[in-house]
Write a protein that binds this ligand. Sequence first.
Ligand code: PLP
Length: 374
Amino acid sequence: MIYADNAATTKLDIDAFEAMKPFLLCEYGNASQPYLFSRSAKKALSSSRAIIAKCIGADTEEIYFTSGGTESDNWAIKGTACIGGDKCMVATSQIEHHAVLNTCAAVEKMGVTVEYLPVDNHGILQPETLRDHMKQNIKLVSVMLANNEIGTVQPIKELCSIAHENGALFHTDAVQALGHIPVNVDFLGIDMLSASAHKFNGPKGIGFLYVRKGTQLIPLSDGGAQENGMRAGTENVAAIIAMAVALKKNCERMQSATQKVLQVEDAFLSTIRENNLDFLHNGSNNRLPGNVSISFKGADGETLLHRLDLMGICISTGSACDSKNTQVSHVINAIGVSPEYANGTIRVSFGFENTKEEAITIANAIARVLGFKG
Ligand code: PLP
């Protein structure tokens, strides 16, 4: 099997796995209890929070553990957009993940107006576009740090400044980016950031929301005093610990991993070119390493995915969360890929464990399926 769908999810890091084990089998005390037995869980929880905070340049108290990216996005948007006052609008981009788009649709039903801003052909939300659309009653601007389908990295620092100049908060969905490109919340100036551990070799079902001190946010759930009373519910201690280990490790090896992944990506694209395939390489020059979205002329991405699957190769047509929807994705439509190419879109996403040989095998397999090679 060749796994090249690392944008959908990643393999659990072995050290992260080992770090979880004692907290599942031995140190299983509830971190909220005062007795000695719970002390190690409580300590591990606070050191994990500190490790994660350091990785993104935040303060420890600004990290709130959640069940993952979807929950963090829901919380950031619903928890700010629905606070009354005269600001009652949200601005976002047309190429957000459905965790953001469907949350925006939900707040629209609650009376909030949402503006979905267009991106250019590379998937970039140009700062001028945001500036032109900024209105006094926009409460929140939510723009993803990097797109999960085409890898485009957004000019977050500039977009955030424009939001702030106009009195709006700024949230970024960094689910696809964190652990793969450097992220510093102070450098970017953002107020909230969503993250999910399974995208950076942590376990599934765990993530966090960074919330800058002083940001007004409605609690996600009411109940116990966990997460400073903002997200009630017993913490998933083992998963939180593993998330911290995985994020720290990914941040430490980021440079070498990026170098390797770019070489693998190069080998893939060169082989595709050598096969004389007619294709478009989607996204911008400033892209997530290893995230390759290509549209083959006259091909059917869905068929290609299944044919590769039969050869033991895992890739995707777009977002994993949208895989039941077989139409051309909203991202590919938003960047204006013409219909003759759009239907033939696939995403190959390499991780640091992929090899050049695997990349060449995938490219040649694609060429065989598309009938350009015997
Ligand atoms: N946001 C982006 C950009 C994603 O790629 C994903 C997952 O694919 C999510 C949000 C949802 O994250 P989770 O799977 O942790 O709920």
